[in-house]
Design a protein around this ligand. Structure first.
Ligand SMILES: Cc1cc2nc3c(=O)[nH]c(=O)nc-3n(C[C@H](O)[C@H](O)[C@H](O)COP(=O)(O)OP(=O)(O)OC[C@H]3O[C@@H](n4cnc5c(N)ncnc54)[C@H](O)[C@@H]3O)c2cc1C
Length: 379
């Protein structure tokens, strides 16, 4: 099936206007994901975009695919986050899964019939992912999983969880394996929905694993080699975060422009004031730079080269930009930006996640710095 990209974006916008816009504020208030939206999203094939045809995908380029997250995030960043994490998990299965795992799980994820989550973080291990404490011990042709996962995006919505556990507690990162865990596995329970500051239409939960027995064939990659795979998956997640950050920034800039043109102070629209023009200019320049970094990252990924450096650079920049753009949008709207009825207040809270989730800016700066130094070392 050939896809007309222009039509696809028109359809996505129509879907967002019809199903998300009217309830975006309410979703933020009640902190819920609107499950009824999954059906129209499936009908538009929005889960399938960059996946190979043999697994039910449309084989579109990464830019088109991740632009969809950006578009949705203009309306509700939490719904964009559903895709960022779902694709992070599905991409790991595509790249590292066995044919049997792909047959059993990937097709359903690509078609959106099932939703995926990525369970690495724990209450005591976030940036230091090698410090996880959940364990998986071998028992004949099974593994038995025990531990507590935290910050699980799509937690209660997901059908499939990619979970990291220690298979050798002595070996740090070299003792971690990755597993496919199905919802409903005996011993797995969600005991807490996390009450977040932003992206509240995304459901984030804990995940308690007590003597969860899963077949050995559900291991992704080899035993004790899961850490690298999990970290590789996060690179794709970073691209998703970039798309969300740009969507939030575009929405905030649009709101600020609208307000500037309509708000009269001292007898004229505030858009005629130099300080407002200067703010709009700075916001626009940052957004253009964000788009360029995002585009470049997608291009490198589409060429099947290592895009981890580009993804980290883009995420750090976009993380900073979205915070500053939303801050200025509120400033431009004055007191009106500070009240809950005006969307920029929500955008400001949503945008705060971008330089925290899927690797904080501090950690990514460290990675970028050491990579650049290594690339330029003289030995
Ligand atoms: C809404 C939301 C959704 C999430 N979804 C998921 C998910 O689906 N799956 C999942 O596995 N995780 C998820 N996470 C977890 C997320 O990846 C972590 O929050 C993030 O990696 C940071 O870890 P932490 O919160 O434990 O902070 P910490 O690691 O405790 O960091 C605290 C502070 O110390 C700094 N710091 C830590 N180490 C270093 C270092 N070496 N150098 C410099 N500074 C450092 C950090 O930058 C930060 O400022 C989610 C988080 C949120 C908020």
């Amino acid at each position: 099936m050939d896809i007309n990209k222009e039509m696809l974006f028109l359809d996505v916008r129509e879907l967002c206007e019809k199903y998300i816009k009217p309830i975006a504020k309410q979703l933020d208030e009640i902190s819920e994901f609107p499950k009824e939206i999954l059906k129209p999203m499936r009908e538009l094939k929005l889960f399938s975009l960059h996946y190979p045809k043999e697994y039910g995908g449309l084989e579109l380029d990464y830019e088109t695919s991740f632009e969809i997250i950006r578009e949705i995030s203009k309306y509700s960043a939490g719904i964009g986050l559903l895709y960022a994490v779902h694709w992070m998990a599905a991409d790991v299965l595509l790249k590292y899964g066995t044919e049997r795992q792909k047959e059993k799980y990937l097709k359903d994820l690509v078609e959106g019939n099932k939703i995926a989550a990525y369970a690495i973080s724990e209450p005591t291990a976030g940036s230091d992912a090698a410090g996880i404490k959940a364990t998986a011990s071998k028992d004949e042709d099974c593994y038995i999983l025990n531990g507590n996962k935290y910050f699980c995006t799509n937690g209660s919505l997901a059908d499939i969880y990619i979970a990291a556990c220690k298979t050798d507690e002595e070996k740090g990162a070299k003792g971690i394996s990755l597993f496919i865990l199905e919802k409903g596995t005996k011993g797995m329970e969600i005991t807490n929905v996390i009450d977040k500051m932003g992206c509240r239409s995304s459901v984030t939960t804990d995940l308690v694993l007590k003597e969860c027995r899963i077949p050995s064939e559900n291991m992704i990659g080899e035993e004790n080699k899961g850490f690298k795979i999990a970290m590789d998956g996060l690179v794709g997640g970073r691209l998703g975060m970039c798309a969300i950050g740009i969507g939030i920034s575009e929405a905030a800039l649009n709101k600020a422009i609208q307000h500037s043109n309509n708000r009269i102070a001292f007898g004229k629209p505030i858009s005629s004031l130099y300080s407002i023009q200067s703010k709009i200019s700075n916001m626009y320049i940052k957004l253009e730079a964000c788009r360029a970094l995002f585009k470049k990252t997608c291009k490198v990924r589409s060429s099947h080269k290592d895009y981890s450096l580009e993804a980290s650079v883009a995420k750090v920049f976009i993380g900073e930009a979205v915070n500053s753009i939303c801050y200025e949008a509120i400033q431009i709207m004055g007191g009106h930006g500070y009240v809950r009825n005006n969307e920029v207040e929500r955008l400001y809270r949503d945008g705060r996640l971008i330089d925290i989730g899927v690797g904080t800016s501090e950690v990514l700066n460290m990675v970028i710095g050491s990579t650049i130094l290594k690339m330029n070392s003289v030995d």
